[in-house]
Design a protein around this ligand. Structure first.
Ligand SMILES: [Zn+2]
Length: 155
């Protein structure tokens, strides 16, 4: 390591930057930076409202936010945590087969989702029923039937 890099690390450490942001700025290993921090007697990095970045190097104050109880958090970190969770846990809502069946039989439940309504209309369409009859069975307007038909034709 060059003396300039060592100097830069010490300067950034004294300016209360996190190990990660120093690593990104200088390219030095995190263990090296931690050793310098220990040698200088600086405490482990804790994110505060006036810190230049969060612990993961996201700049403050753009990413600074507070929970209702007053605790500080980083918006960029929260966003990436949320995206990770979504990528592994999200499943789209599945249409209710029984509701589609009931709607096709002319006894739709009180609430049909648009997807279920569309499925019921498609099913009745395959039986060559007219739009007026389908609309009455599914309890929607004829316009909805035409819309579902053209969507089905486009797909
Ligand atoms: Zn962050």
């Amino acid at each position: 390591m060059t003396p300039e890099t060592r100097q830069q690390i010490e300067t950034l450490l004294r300016a209360r930057h996190s190990d990660r942001s120093i690593h990104q700025a200088t390219g030095a290993a995190r263990t090296t930076i931690a050793r310098h921090r220990k040698r200088l007697g600086l405490p482990a990095y804790l994110t505060a409202a006036d810190s230049p970045t969060c612990r993961h190097g996201h700049s403050f104050p753009e990413n600074r936010a507070f929970y209702p109880n007053g605790w500080l958090y980083c918006l960029a970190c929260a966003r990436s945590r949320n995206q990770t969770w979504h990528a592994t846990n999200y499943t789209p809502a599945q249409p209710d087969e029984a509701a589609i069946e009931r709607a096709a039989a002319g006894d739709p439940p009180a609430r049909l989702t648009p997807r279920e309504r569309h499925a019921a209309i498609t099913r009745l369409d395959s039986w060559q029923l007219s739009a007026a009859v389908i609309a009455e069975r599914v309890r929607c307007s004829e316009r909805t039937v035409y819309r579902a038909r053209s969507k089905e034709a486009a797909a």
